[in-house]
Design a protein around this ligand. Structure first.
Ligand code: ADP
Ligand code: MG
Length: 456
């Protein structure tokens, strides 16, 4: 079969024939999202090896497209081949690096696979005021591990805010700079399990060696050490030994160390000898930036208004933002639907559940007007008499009246306590100007359209 692959069909042309065949049956967004990223790697044992970018992708393609893909492969190979999917876990730059390694180093790399997730690197980590300090400190530690003032480094913050991403990125970056470093990464559960297994099998010495010979020890989610006295004892010794030999230790936790119940005081005071940094929930701009990054990573081109919409309504954490994009992708592909505002709204509604307030209000109207006119919310409700601001304010008042049927005086209140005559004047002005001014008319219609998504 390998011969067939080499002789009668070049690697590229065979797979591109398959893709061409698939394009006849699948919608183009499915091809863009799920077929184009697949790379054909070769053939062995009558299987054509297909590389996909990640686990989610693998599961998705296997459950939704495997049969279709296989049918095309069978057709084109005349029943000789079928598909086998594999995750491409090594990023390109590591591939280049690897090929430059000597055989000796190669052997080492294989013997000692790094435990880090290669997808978590600093590059893809969007920086904002909420996580800047944590990211900078992590980068510093990755480039110069073991400096006393940053040792240990403790990163704390709520669920889904990027702690695991950062701790893996530290490991990946340190290894990239020095592939011979012994980077040991584990969750606190894994550490506990290793310890317990060591006890059970009389192999505590091996356990101790494994962790104590680390050049960089990374332990994720140390809150799970709480209440586990024996494990903490072990960790305390590991910590001290590494610390004394100036090996870097990085820990993550879901809260500030001293707020963790069930941790021994001596551990806590060790933790405080280094640097403690926090990650806060992302603000609006960071959410938008993260959504753009995730859309790009997943190979979708999300219109900006959809990104804004998600960022406005999904606020709690980054895992949710990511999940929303993946769900939109999945739905679009599964149900053969275009990715549009309606689909985005459905998914956001599902995910945000009862917390989602899509109701229309003067507030949301002012926000939309502020966006479209690029005039800050506070200016629209403020006192400025500048022409463009006055016009935006009048449009917003007009829309509040038309879309909400709000009383004149309540509109006045929403605009910084103006009286009803001002509101009447605004509405009249727009009613007269609108029809005579096509560009203003168009702007108003586009705002109405956007708001209708919110209210329906
Ligand atoms: P935590 O460990 O704090 O619960 P994770 O590190 O698992 O959170 O992050 C959840 C998801 O969000 C991951 O897929 C991660 O890659 C992503 N993520 C978190 N912060 C960022 C960021 N600043 N930029 C890009 N992706 C991020
Ligand atoms: Mg985590």
């Amino acid at each position: 079969m390998d011969n067939l692959w080499k002789t009668t069909m070049g690697k590229v042309s065979f797979w591109s024939e398959v893709v061409e065949d698939l394009s006849l049956g699948l919608p183009s967004h499915a091809i863009n999202t799920w077929i184009d990223p697949i790379k054909a790697k070769g053939v062995s044992n009558n299987k054509i090896l297909l590389e996909v970018p990640n686990q989610f992708f693998l599961e998705w393609v296997e459950s939704h497209y495997k049969n279709t893909i296989n049918a095309s492969i069978k057709k084109i190979s005349k029943n000789k081949l079928s598909a086998e999917f594999k995750i491409d876990s090594i990023s390109n730059n590591q591939k280049t690096k690897k090929s430059q390694n000597t055989t000796e180093e190669k052997r080492k790399t294989i013997k000692k696979p790094s435990p880090t997730n290669k997808g978590y690197v600093f590059d893809g980590f969007v920086e904002g005021a909420n996580n800047q300090f944590a990211k900078t400190a992590s980068q510093a530690v990755a480039s110069e591990p073991g400096k006393p003032s940053f040792n240990p480094l403790i990163i704390y913050g709520g669920v889904g805010l990027g702690k695991t991403h950062l701790i893996h990125a530290i490991g990946n970056e340190a290894l990239k700079r020095n592939p011979n470093l012994n980077v040991v990464l584990a969750t606190s559960e894994k550490f506990t399990l290793d310890f317990v297994n060591g006890l059970r099998k009389n192999k505590t010495i091996e356990f101790a060696k494994r962790y104590r010979k680390a050049d960089i020890l990374l332990i994720d989610d140390i809150q799970f050490f709480s209440g586990k006295e024996q494990t903490q004892e072990q960790f305390f010794h590991t910590f001290n030994e590494l610390y004394q030999s100036e090996k870097q230790i990085v820990l993550t936790a879901d809260r500030y160390p001293s707020e963790m119940k069930g941790l021994q005081d001596r551990l806590l005071s060790r933790f405080q000898s280094g640097l403690v940094v926090d990650i806060q929930p992302p603000d609006y701009e960071v959410r938008v930036a993260i959504l753009m990054e995730k859309a790009e990573q997943n190979g979708v081109d999300l219109p900006y208004e959809i990104i804004e919409f998600i960022a406005t309504h999904i606020k709690s954490n980054i895992r949710d933002l990511e999940g929303t994009i993946i769900r939109i992708l999945a739905k679009s592909s599964l149900m053969n639907r275009d990715i549009d505002f309606g689909l985005a709204k459905e998914v956001v509604k599902e995910r945000a559940g009862n917390n989602l307030d899509l109701g229309l209000s003067c507030e949301s109207i002012i926000n939309q007007v502020s966006d479209v006119f690029a005039i800050p919310h506070k200016d629209i409700v403020g006192k400025s008499r500048r022409m463009e601001i006055v016009q935006a304010r009048q449009v917003a008042m007009y829309l509040c009246r038309n879309l909400l049927d709000a009383s004149l005086s309540s509109i006045g209140v929403s605009f910084g306590g103006r009286d009803h005559t001002t509101v009447i004047h605004a509405i009249k002005t727009i009613e007269q100007k609108g029809p005579k001014n096509p560009s203003l008319d168009k702007t108003i219609k586009s705002i109405e359209e956007k708001l209708s998504f919110i209210s329906s």
